[in-house]
Design a protein around this ligand. Structure first.
Ligand code: DGY
Length: 320
């Protein structure tokens, strides 16, 4: 079997690159920066496979430039950056990295929830600025988490992993999705409600839905008005699920109390005004960023490429 020629659009953990290098010739973008589209179009030429990131827009133009490529192995569970119908039309396989980042992402959602509710980032900044002059009864009052209601939008793998942990804090779980999910109800003791009810009754709302045409701007001005003024929004899924300008307004006016964000509508840009808000935590899309998970994601992406090279169906192919 001849060695494949693979382009890797950004550096990923070494064990995955070592595994790829054992069987394939590879070139890796080691600049640490997202490739300009024009560079990407050049770099994919003549490759058998491309290991892409969620920041690479893999559209028909890129696929045509990569003429002859058999697979785009995306280093993410999300694949909204890839035009799957265009790939299928061209006989190109697309794969993702499901499963291994489920708990890691859920963990980050909880980290954001607690940090926002208890003003961890804001108060840390305050201490570092030399402002702490002693214990105060009114210093950085936040929202209690235990015994409250958490609303989970999207009852897939990550939503379920997140919701299961709510039991530990004696919380009531509501969830909404396109249909009820018996597994979610059994494992997370979640109650299926409409999105409206979820927004009205939840103290914390955590978004776990993929970005689809139907979920674009699922939350906007109207939805923030439905939420409690003490509510906190957590988003670790995809930025465009939330209308970010409307979110900034809701945070500025006190329509909602806070937001813990890992994803943004126009990454890496932030909506005007967002960074000035003390009631928002703004992490740079790191929900899956643990040493363990990022390595596993790389191994899955490489495993998909190697399977395709052997003429087998890649284990997590999205368009078999
Ligand atoms: C994904 O995989 O889709 C996450 O957003 C990044 O790990």
């Amino acid at each position: 079997m001849s060695r494949w020629n693979v382009y890797v659009t950004n550096e990923i953990p070494k064990p995955a690159l070592d595994m790829l290098e054992e069987f394939c010739d590879m070139e890796v973008n080691r600049t640490g920066k997202v490739l300009e589209k024009s560079v990407l179009l050049e770099k994919v030429k003549g490759r058998d496979a491309v290991l892409s990131l969620l920041t690479d827009p893999i559209d028909a133009e890129v696929m045509d430039a990569a003429k002859g490529a058999k697979i785009f192995a995306n280093y993410a569970v999300g694949f909204n950056n890839i035009d799957i119908p265009a790939a299928t039309e061209r006989g190109i396989m697309v794969s993702n990295t499901p499963g291994v980042l489920t708990d890691t992402t859920a963990e980050m959602a909880w980290a954001l929830l607690f940090s926002t509710a208890r003003r961890v980032v804001e108060s840390d900044k305050y201490s570092r600025m030399g402002k702490y002059e002693g214990w105060g009864p009114m210093l950085f009052l936040g929202q209690q988490v235990m015994n409250k209601t958490v609303g989970v939008i999207g009852a897939g793998r990550i939503g379920l992993s997140f919701a299961k942990r709510a039991k530990a804090f004696d919380m009531k779980v509501l969830y909404s999705d396109v249909a009820a999910n018996p597994e979610f109800e059994k494992e997370a003791d979640g109650q299926y409600v409409s999105l409206e009810t979820l927004l009205q009754e939840s103290d914390f709302v955590s978004v776990h839905t993929p970005l689809l045409p139907e979920t674009h701007h699922l939350l906007g001005e109207r939805e923030f008005k439905l939420m409690k003024n003490t509510a906190i929004l957590i988003n670790t899924s995809r930025g465009p699920v939330v209308n970010e300008a409307a979110l900034v307004k809701a945070l500025q006016t006190g329509e909602i109390w806070g937001a813990g964000l890992d994803v943004y509508e126009f990454e890496p840009e932030f909506a005007p005004g967002l960074l000035e808000l003390d009631n928002a935590i703004v992490c740079p899309h790191i929900a899956s960023a643990t040493f363990e998970t990022r390595t596993k994601m790389g191994i899955i992406a490489v495993t998909n490429i190697l399977a395709a090279m052997r003429g087998e169906l890649p284990p997590t192919c999205l368009n078999p």
